[in-house]
Design a protein around this ligand. Structure first.
Ligand SMILES: Nc1ncnc2c1ncn2[C@@H]1O[C@H](COP(=O)(O)OP(=O)(O)OP(=O)(O)O)[C@@H](O)[C@H]1O
Length: 175
């Protein structure tokens, strides 16, 4: 099945060992077959046990960049949003696994600029291209933190203020 035909795609990104892990002489237990989108996790010390094998819609190893991930995964999704479709990019992983690195990113090197700034540039470039006197665009953004069951508005004047989740109708909730 081609990547384009899936409505939900799950891709995995592996980050390099951090300084703490290097200082502990930790070993990489994860390897990938990027062509087949497979990842293999071996149990340290268990030489005769075959590695556990998982297949995803995309696999990104330590030397892949956010630029590459964006072009392959996020670009078509954001492009769809500019055409009126809904799209969600959801970063999931344990603490320190690289969610912020992927979503927010770093300015140097440029190839590791995050998905969020790339999506903003992409959306505003599309608007610039389509803009005519008769076309109006409305871009809204919110930035919420959900941490330990508590919700905060990171764009609000008081980012420490806890927000309540309210039911607005049968199926909807708002904060
Ligand atoms: N692909 C990568 N290449 C190089 N460094 C990375 C990569 N992914 C993550 N890192 C580094 O690993 C560290 C942890 O990453 P990050 O802060 O993004 O994790 P997180 O999943 O957002 O953690 P938390 O849930 O605790 O906020 C950071 O120092 C980050 O720079």
């Amino acid at each position: 099945m081609s990547m384009g035909s899936e409505s939900v795609k799950v891709v995995v990104r592996c980050r390099p060992l951090n300084d703490r892990e290097k200082a502990l002489s930790s070993k990489m237990v994860l390897s990938m077959d990027l062509q087949r989108c497979q990842c293999f996790i071996e149990k340290p010390g268990a030489v005769d046990e075959p590695p556990k094998q998982f297949t995803f819609d995309g696999t990104y190893y330590i030397d892949q960049t956010t630029e590459q991930m964006y072009n392959e995964i996020a670009y078509p999704l954001v492009e769809g949003v500019t055409e009126g479709y809904n799209g969600t990019i959801f970063a999931y992983g344990q603490t320190g696994s690289g969610k912020s690195f992927t979503m927010q990113g770093v300015t140097e090197p440029a190839a590791q600029k995050g998905v969020i700034p790339r999506a903003f540039e992409h959306i505003f470039e599309s608007i610039q291209v389509c803009w005519t006197q008769n076309t109006k665009f409305l871009v809204r953004a919110s930035y919420l933190e959900i941490y330990n069951e508590e919700i905060r508005d990171l764009l609000g004047s008081d980012t420490k203020q806890r927000l309540e989740v309210r039911k607005i109708n049968k199926s909807g909730r708002t904060v």
